[in-house]
Design a binder for this molecule. Structure first.
Ligand code: SGN
Ligand code: CA
Length: 518
């Protein structure tokens, strides 16, 4: 009978729209926003990429099984600070003032998720990577990494202090997050941003995972040895795994058999310099056999390049494993405290990343791997579980969506749109946007990616490297790896015409100032 009453009670909470819970009759939900740094969807098994099958992420996948998986979610500008500024403000980079990762100072006094939620009865906190060069505004509490942050024994900045904590960054961020939850005011809902450093460069795994993937051979992308034919900008980049990755700093290679000296370690202060002597020894021991093998086995240049890819992926994916553990711990915590039914959990990364496609690591490009952003939302008020969404969503939509979830008005100046109606089934794809605007500004800059903007539809992508006035066009159905620039292909005249118009329309809609278009 008890079960029956509860069932009746629950069904009375369901509104007419698709059996979802009527939010207006519920207490405001808690929101746990988990954002990692550079987590590619190729490394998140809910998306099914072959790489992730060898290094699955069961805890993050569980969010998708119990929630909504976004298949076509993109960022507006594939670089850290700008993506974070867009998430907070719901605006494209030019409109929120943070276009480059060049030390720009984020203006936290514009309408942002935390500012608005705080004014509407939320407790707000951010723990982990911040990287916006001004102190967090709109947060009751913050504990952030110093700039990029360090993997090992990192410094944390709070309102009054900067303190080094001993341990592995992903674990420390999880602990601090749980700590904050334990001490929060339980009478108020919370908006909590847990923002991991991992799996950002230089991909140092937790000690317990040094060996995790050492014997795993990950699939080599078929365009690993891309020659960039027909793509001028791509030919000029500096993000090749086998040419530009630092052999010490990034690939943990040493100077010879049994050597304890790293090859080029560009920033010792964030790597070996951060470890205690004991930690350094254990690290070197863990990598010794593999590093010796590099010198003891003869390899062609091509084989060496593949060896480097494997080393990169093994470390990157071991970092992802700790992130997945962290999500598991948060799950356990919410379950234990009875919070799962009134807490929305969002999992995303500040942008995508290359895992060897085109020969690359890093991001920045409007090409799919870095443009795409993983996004999974477990919203207990939405009835349908394991749903996926293929409409074009973007990080400009995060703020409006979160505000709508919290039942708060969305400021007009936000450029994104809430995708909550897509999740709840109240709005069908027919009413949704059919194209996305993208704009990357940071040139000259690290990794030498030329500035570009562009438009993407479900099938096509037009990119303008506007400093040199060079155009690229891709048919994503025919050429998902974006190897064939068909801009000059006469067969695509009409597509091109349509996309040029669409790009113009978006530039006007989002009010991109002329100074950014040359
Ligand atoms: C660091 C990295 C770069 C990376 C930028 C931006 N080098 O400079 O490879 O592109 O950050 O990354 S590192 O060896 O110092 O890590 S972002 O996540 O902040 O956008
Ligand atoms: Ca990043």
């Amino acid at each position: 009978a008890y079960f029956f009453t509860i069932t009746l009670f629950i069904s009375s909470l369901l509104s007419s729209c698709g059996g979802n819970v009527d939010r207006s009759k519920q207490p405001k939900p808690n929101i746990l926003f988990i954002m990692t740094d550079d987590h590619a969807m190729q490394a998140l098994s809910a998306y099914g990429h072959p790489i992730s099958k060898l290094a699955p992420t069961p805890n993050i996948d569980r969010l998708a099984q119990e929630g909504t998986l976004f298949l076509e979610n993109y960022c507006a500008n594939s670089i850290c600070g700008p993506s974070r500024a867009t998430v907070l403000t719901g605006k494209h980079s030019h409109a929120n003032g943070f276009v480059k990762n060049d030390g720009t100072k984020f203006n936290g006094h514009q309408p942002t998720i935390p500012n608005i939620l705080q004014k509407n009865g939320y407790q707000t906190a951010v723990i982990g990577k911040w990287h916006l060069n001004t102190k967090p505004v709109g947060f009751n509490y913050y504990k952030i990494l110093n700039d990029q942050g360090e993997y090992i024994n990192p410094d944390f900045i709070t309102k009054d202090t900067m303190t080094q904590e001993m341990g592995y960054v992903t674990d420390l961020i999880t602990e601090s997050t749980i700590d904050w939850l334990d001490n929060r005011d339980e009478d108020q809902p919370f908006f909590l941003m847990m923002q991991h450093k991992a799996p950002h460069r230089n991909w140092i795994p937790a000690e317990k995972y040094y060996h995790l993937f050492e014997d795993v051979e990950f699939p080599v992308p078929n365009n690993y040895f891309d020659n960039y034919d027909g793509r001028l900008a791509a030919a000029g980049q500096e993000m090749n795994i086998y040419r530009d990755a630092y052999e010490g700093h990034d690939l943990k290679m040493v100077t010879g058999v049994n050597s304890d000296t790293l090859l080029y370690d560009r920033w010792p202060q964030v790597f070996f310099g951060r470890m205690t002597e004991e930690e350094r020894k254990r690290f070197l021991e863990a990598y010794r056999e593999r590093n010796n093998d590099y010198y003891l086995t003869e390899r062609t240049e091509e084989e060496k390049a593949v060896w480097k890819l494997q080393r990169y992926l093994q470390d990157y994916l071991a970092c992802v494993r700790s992130v997945d553990d962290s999500v598991g711990e948060m799950y356990e915590y919410l379950e234990e405290k009875g919070l799962l039914d009134n807490t929305i959990v969002i999992y995303t990364s500040d942008q995508g990343f290359f895992l060897g496609e085109h020969g690359w690591f890093d991001k920045r490009w409007m090409y799919e791997e870095s443009f795409r952003m993983p996004l999974i939302i477990r919203d207990p008020y939405i009835k349908e579980k394991g749903k996926s969404i293929s409409e074009l969503t973007q990080n400009i939509d995060f703020a409006p969506t979160i505000l709508q979830m919290a039942g708060v008005e969305i400021p007009n100046e936000m450029q994104g749109e809430s995708f909550l109606p897509l999740m709840s089934g109240d709005k069908k794809g027919v009413d949704w946007r059919k194209s996305l605007y993208y704009h990357y500004y940071e040139y000259p800059g690290f990794h030498s990616v030329k500035a570009h903007n562009g438009v993407k539809t479900d099938q096509y992508k037009l990119i303008h490297f506007y400093n040199d006035d060079v155009w690229e066009l891709y048919d994503l159905q025919e050429d998902p790896d974006e190897m064939n620039n068909i801009y000059d292909d006469i067969a695509y005249e009409e597509v091109k015409y349509h996309l040029h118009n669409e790009l113009e329309r978006l530039i006007i809609q989002y009010q991109v100032s002329d100074k950014y278009l040359h």
